[in-house]
Design a protein around this ligand. Structure first.
Ligand SMILES: Nc1ncnc2c1ncn2[C@@H]1O[C@H](COP(=O)(O)OP(=O)(O)OP(=O)(O)O)[C@@H](O)[C@H]1O
Ligand SMILES: [Mg+2]
Length: 250
């Protein structure tokens, strides 16, 4: 039995805005194990991002328990949360969130700057290794505006990897990408997942969820469905046979 990395029990999140309460999560229970590749699905407003932000220690629940890699997150102070986030979690965002005046190598180094024990030589080495893992060894000196959307997202994935996180969390990582580029990004997530990295993504698209091994569907702040995917599609194979379409050329 694989180790449970994320364990969530009776998770509730209520946003209060003046007199109005928004019940974004209404009692979520889920375990995610080492090596899982999970897609979180569900309609707009169903609570997916709220859930991911709590998993990523960017926000705290109103009630309920969250254990991350054996640590009870609800008992931590703000500083401890930030520290846990930096050591254990890699983030990938829909809009890449790269620093525009900074090269790919430097963008990937960013999460390491918090760690005063790492020398600049080691930072560079780790950044180059992470860029290699996403197939961008030859783009290290490019600035974000000198990279395609898919390449920018791969730099963001390299940045999420550089701290050896226990889990990578990605909220709609293919939301801004065309079909082929989405496949490239899914191929990278699948490769990292095969190496044992746990990956959780949010996606609206069943076609993207089909590349993961477990699909969890939210509705109105609750999980209404959780299934194992029988035989996930393999992105690297589909890329090889994918015809070049007009969409790719625009
Ligand atoms: N900071 C906030 N303050 C108040 N309400 C919020 C806040 N963030 C989200 N909500 C509300 O909580 C509910 C869940 O929002 P959430 O962003 O988690 O949905 P989502 O499933 O990620 O949707 P989408 O697919 O559109 O990204 C929505 O009703 C939303 O309006
Ligand atoms: Mg969202």
């Amino acid at each position: 039995m694989k180790e449970t990395i994320i364990s969530v029990k009776s998770l509730v999140k209520i946003y209060t805005m003046g007199d109005v309460e928004v019940h974004a999560l209404r009692g979520v229970n889920v375990d995610i194990r080492q090596g899982d590749f999970v897609a979180i699905m569900g309609k707009s407003g169903s609570g997916k991002s709220t859930f991911m932000n709590i998993l990523g220690c960017l926000d705290v629940p109103t009630r309920g328990q969250y254990m991350l890699d054996g640590v009870d997150v609800s008992s931590l102070t703000k500083d401890q949360l930030a520290n846990l986030r930096n050591r254990k979690i890699g983030f990938v965002f829909q809009s890449f969130n790269l620093l525009s005046r900074t090269t790919a190598i430097e963008n990937v180094e960013l999460p390491l700057l918090y760690n005063k024990k790492i020398s600049s030589k080691e930072m560079l080495e780790r950044s180059l290794n992470a860029l290699e893992a996403v197939g961008l060894s030859d783009r290290g000196h490019h600035f974000p505006n000198q990279l395609s959307g898919g390449e920018q997202q791969r730099v963001a994935i390299a940045r999420s990897l550089v701290n050896d996180p226990v889990v990578i969390l990605a909220d709609e990582p293919t939301g801004n990408l065309d079909t082929r580029t989405s496949l490239e990004v899914m191929a990278i997530f699948q490769k990292l997942n095969r190496k044992g990295i746990t990956v959780v993504i949010v996606t609206h698209e069943p076609d993207i969820a089909a590349f993961t091994s477990r699909n969890i569907t939210f509705r109105d702040g609750r999980i209404i469905r959780a299934i194992d995917v029988e035989s996930p599609r393999i992105a690297s194979e589909e890329l090889l046979t994918m015809p070049v379409t007009v969409e790719d050329e625009v």
